[in-house]
Design a protein around this ligand. Structure first.
Ligand code: B1M
Length: 211
């Protein structure tokens, strides 16, 4: 079994105690950090999700795998983040109100930061008011990034974008959205400036929106 497959199995089966060591040895073997992330970690979370859909796994299993993945990402983080000399300003990010999923949002925050933004992470279950407050409190906010994983919180995303679009200083920042149920069409429909399907593309999009 390759080290990436071992990482996959550890996340799938929630082996939080050994994940840091496994990820480190996958890095030491010379595996590409993005491959460890996507093939080893993100794919394992998809398998857990499919099992949950079929009624073969339950919330505790999803939670344990999520905790394992977070520990693995901590080890991977310094290898993914590249030093960016440019400063593109501040990016405010959060998972929308009603949604507690944060792994994808954390990856997007990490990639945007490594692309040269100061990141203000509002974490999860974030209502419009907290995004507005963050835009007012922090200087040079150029990007507001919204994540959601649930179809049931897509209306919350729509409402938050509508609220942001009504702000008098709307021209000073760009709004980007993403998350598993989100599509480019939905992003356009709700009036966001951009959509990206994954964290790496989110960093590219954030830069292009402010350049
Ligand atoms: Co949840 N959950 N969950 N869950 N969970 C999903 C999302 C689900 C698809 C599982 C399934 O049914 N197959 C399903 C949603 C179904 C739907 O809406 N149609 C679901 C459900 C139903 C639920 C609960 C309702 C279950 C329950 O309680 N009965 C509940 C909701 C709680 C709430 O939020 N209010 C719930 C709870 C949980 C846990 C807490 C147990 C845990 C989350 C732990 C945590 O995040 N700290 C959890 C998990 C782990 C999952 C799955 C298995 C994995 C999610 C994940 O971390 N993926 C998930 C199944 C799946 O995704 N296949 C599932 C890895 C991560 C890297 O990917 O977040 O998609 P993702 O991020 C991607 C892209 O989407 C994108 O970039 C990332 C990759 O680079 N992206 C962006 C994300 N945000 C972006 C923003 C951008 C751009 C790109 O720009 C701003």
């Amino acid at each position: 079994m390759s080290k990436i497959e071992e990482v996959f199995t550890a996340i799938e089966t929630g082996k939080a105690k050994i994940i840091a060591e496994l990820v480190q040895s996958a890095i030491d073997e010379g595996n590409d950090p993005m491959e460890i992330l996507n093939q080893g970690m993100v794919n394992a979370m998809s398998v857990i999700g499919e099992r949950f859909s079929r009624g073969e796994a339950f919330v505790p299993e999803m939670l344990i795998s999520a905790r394992t993945m977070k520990k693995g990402v901590e080890v991977l983080k310094p290898h993914l983040a590249k030093d960016a000399a440019t400063s593109f300003g501040t990016a405010v990010i959060g998972t929308v109100q009603g949604d507690m999923h944060d792994i994808g949002k954390n990856l997007v925050a990490m990639m945007i930061e490594s692309a040269g933004f100061e990141v203000v992470d509002l974490e999860v279950d974030v209502p419009l008011e907290r995004f507005v407050e963050a835009i007012q409190m922090h200087s040079n906010v150029r990007i507001v990034a919204l994540s959601t994983l649930l179809t049931t919180t897509m209306p919350a995303m729509k409402n938050i974008v509508a609220g942001l679009n009504a702000l008098p200083n709307r021209d000073s920042f760009r709004v980007m959205v993403g998350g598993a149920p989100i599509t480019a069409d939905f992003a356009k429909l709700i009036g966001a400036d951009g959509y990206s399907p994954d964290a790496a593309a989110a960093a590219v999009l954030a830069k292009s929106l402010v350049s």
